[in-house]
Design a protein around this ligand. Structure first.
Ligand code: SF4
Length: 283
């Protein structure tokens, strides 16, 4: 399926490019005072740390300053799409007329780009011709929607699109996992499982289906997650030191950034190794 993916998939367009964005995630989105942010900020109001050139004044000290949430956020390329394509380079700073619509379009575009990411992931691993064709069609259909005018993009029912894509992503995952190594004798290992804080170091997670599971603060040190379906899995503070995530399915950069790894953690090609992992010792 790599041929189809090369034709349609633009994974390089599905990651944030802050240099070509008008700081949209720092303005359009709201955040609440919590362990992720030190203050409340309403949607549509610029963060106090956003500089006039749309850079962040505390970029190199976000975590110590209490802005951990910013270090795990990824717009999947929606920021530059909205800034440069949907609004053709008109910034909310200089054109007050685009502000409201731009801030409404951005979260919709982010959801669309995240869906493109999942479809692109499946296109990359599937070897089933029929599934690959259906994935390519859905990818192209969603991609066309992202190219619409602001007024049409903001009206898109993203929940309906996810509902439409989900069965296909599940099929692609099941077909791929069925050909990989691994056994799942542990009844706890299932989609949507609550595995918060659980020690999983002795569980065989190869080719497991953990879609939508809660793995917050779980212990995954040294675990082989080859072909393990991690779509929507909450990996906040999960210890992935020495774990092999290099061929996990539907893994995203925000999931990786929210987890705690170390120099031995294996990541898929193209993923950034979070800066906050640097000081973690090898286990
Ligand atoms: S702290 Fe920096 S990255 Fe976070 S919202 Fe504010 S300007 Fe953006």
């Amino acid at each position: 399926m790599s041929r189809t993916r090369l034709e349609l998939g633009r994974r390089e367009d599905l990651g944030g490019d802050c240099a070509n964005c008008f700081g949209l995630c720092c303005v359009a989105l709201a955040f609440s005072r919590s362990s992720d942010f030190p203050v409340d900020k309403p949607a549509g109001e610029p963060c106090v740390n956003l500089v006039d050139d749309d850079s962040c004044a505390i970029h190199d000290r976000l975590r110590p300053s209490g802005y951990r949430g910013c270090t795990v956020f990824d717009c999947f390329g929606a920021g530059q799409k909205v800034s440069r394509q949907t609004f053709a380079g008109s910034s909310w700073r200089t054109d007050a007329g685009v502000r409201g619509e731009m801030f409404a379009v951005f979260p919709v575009m982010r959801r669309l780009h995240e869906l493109l990411w999942y479809l692109d992931c499946a296109l990359a691993f599937t070897t089933d011709e029929a599934i690959g064709t259906a994935l390519a069609e859905q990818f192209e259909s969603v991609r066309r929607l992202t190219a619409g005018e602001p007024g049409s993009v903001r009206q898109i029912d993203t929940d309906a699109l996810y509902d439409q894509a989900r069965p296909l992503l599940v099929r692609a995952s099941a077909a791929h996992r069925s050909t990989g190594a691994g056994s799942q004798p542990d009844r706890r290992i299932r989609p949507g499982a609550d595995l918060v804080g659980v020690d999983l170091r002795r569980v065989d997670l190869r080719s497991a289906d953990l879609r939508g599971a809660l793995l917050i603060a779980s212990d995954l040190r040294g675990v082989d997650l080859s072909r393990c379906d991690l779509l929507g899995v909450d990996l906040r503070d999960a210890n992935v030191g020495g774990a092999d995530l290099s061929s996990a399915l539907f893994l995203t950069q925000p999931q990786v950034s929210a987890a705690t790894g170390d120099p031995a953690t294996r990541l898929p090609e193209g993923f950034d190794r979070p800066a906050h992992w640097e000081h973690n010792a090898l286990t």
